[in-house]
Design a protein. Structure first.
Length: 263
């Protein structure tokens, strides 16, 4: 079972895109580049990052290992970016599409924790432009959020799926090193961190849809208990929503990394 089996449609519908402040930050980075600007998005999912940045780049390559996600990305991106190149493969296996190709900006959003980080960064050093930037972004998940309604929801998921966080048919392996440190230990050792504080308001329907987009609460994991879980989760969320909106305060972190020789 893929870590994201059965999630692609929900991912496209319910996963929040990158915040406007992150888009502005990345566009500002692109403005410093040459007229030919190449974006490489690794772990693209349903193509949210290319969709947000497509007007800024002249070439876009998007890489995604899950076949259903690639199909969703294709449906979402082709009308926006007819010339986008979609690659159905692991980020670590990507090779440049033609001789002399160099990435000017590499983006990895909510996906770096699934990758062989050190191996990937060594490969990036071989095909990222000298002035290129690697941007690793993320904001945690409703599993890691800490407030009364997310705590109750996590407990309910654990009741159905077990105490340990799932990652498809496996358990999730936590990475101990902060992304900034991982990048600082690579060829892209000039690192800057850009936290963006956000306050999100959820409806019960949006929360359920979001859960089905995740590796820890995908619909297939619940088997025959899916209807029971959805009923109990909906009731729980409606009770919390009756006392006020389902609020989540979150920090979206953008970590930019360059080679130390850059000015």
């Amino acid at each position: 079972m893929s870590k994201f089996a059965g999630t692609a449609r929900y991912y496209r519908l319910y996963r929040l895109g990158i915040p406007a402040e992150a888009v502005q930050l990345l566009r500002a980075e692109a403005d410093r580049l040459a007229p030919t600007r190449r974006l490489l998005d690794l772990g693209t999912g349903t193509g949210q990052v290319p969709a947000a940045l497509h007007q800024t780049f002249t070439e876009i390559d998007a890489v995604e290992p899950d076949a259903d996600m690639v199909a969703q990305a294709n449906a979402a991106l082709r009308s926006l970016i007819p010339e986008v190149r979609l690659h159905h493969q692991q980020a670590e296996d990507f090779t440049p599409p033609y001789l002399g190709w160099r990435a000017d900006l590499v983006t990895i959003c909510r996906a770096f924790h699934w990758m062989d980080q050190d191996a990937l960064l060594k490969k990036l050093d071989t095909y990222v432009a000298e002035s290129g930037v690697v941007a690793v972004m993320g904001d945690g998940s409703l599993w890691t959020a800490r407030n009364p309604w997310t705590d109750a929801l996590r407990t309910l998921i654990q009741h159905f799926l077990g105490e340990q966080r799932r990652a498809g048919d496996q358990t999730y392996a936590h990475h101990d090193r902060p992304y900034a440190q991982v990048l600082a230990d690579s060829a892209f050792s000039r690192v800057s961190e850009h936290p963006i504080a956000l306050k999100r308001v959820w409806t019960p329907e949006q929360v359920i849809g979001y859960l089905y987009s995740t590796s820890f609460a995908a619909r297939p994991l619940f088997g025959e208990a899916i209807e029971e879980f959805e009923e109990e989760a909906t009731t729980l969320l409606q009770e919390f929503a009756a006392g006020g909106p389902l609020l989540e305060e979150v920090e979206f972190q953008v970590v930019l990394a360059r080679r130390p020789t850059q000015r």
